[in-house]
Write a protein that binds this ligand. Sequence first.
Ligand code: CTP
Ligand code: CA
Length: 224
Amino acid sequence: IETALADGPLRGRRIVVTSGPTHEPIDPVRYIANRSSGAQGTALARALAGLGAEVVFVTGPATVPPPAGVEVIRVETAQQMLAAVQAALPADAAVFAAAVADWRVANAADRKVKKDGSGRAPALDLAENPDILANVAGMGQGRPRLVVGFAAETHDVEAHARAKRARKGCDWIVANDVSPGTGIMGGTENEVTLITEDGAETWPRLTKDEVAQRLAQRIAEALA
Ligand code: CTP
Ligand code: CA
């Protein structure tokens, strides 16, 4: 357990971190979601707080518990996550580690959908969710000085991550290969490539805690 350093390098800095999956309801008992334990976002929030930052941790329904020493805001859907992030600003930095569902169910039912006996399945109409990272990265007035996104890819990791950084207008992208063979999703380790304005650097395979500490250090240097 880390304790915030009274004189850590991030003392006096406010940092918003999103984490975990979002759940998009189909009806009151069912939802669609992304696979995400919340492990990397949680480790990052803990590491930032350990360097003295005031962390607002906006989390979907994650598997791992939130860290101590941060302000925890629990949300369920992408729309709620966007509203919570906007309410948490202004901040010095914002880091988007959440696995946000790209679509929500536009025709969600307010009562449990029942089988009608016909053998036919109901159709779900999907609507695209707001892009929280792109929204914050594109803010004029009030944009956090450093906006960091994650990119979980299964192929062409660096190319997709570079394109994502440009498209979303964020400062950094932390990219990783989450294809099944890597064991990264749901595991304790991560192997990331950090894309910045200076190019791409690939880090060795580390524990998610070590990745978090390294990234927190870099964020501290960038905000110094
Ligand atoms: N993100 C977000 N809001 C969304 C979707 C994604 O804030 N509605 C953020 C994620 O938290 C992550 C980054 O954007 O930091 C990249 O997410 P990713 O799913 O890789 O990007 P997408 O633009 O959704 O592209 P893809 O089609 O590859 O899923
Ligand atoms: Ca996505």
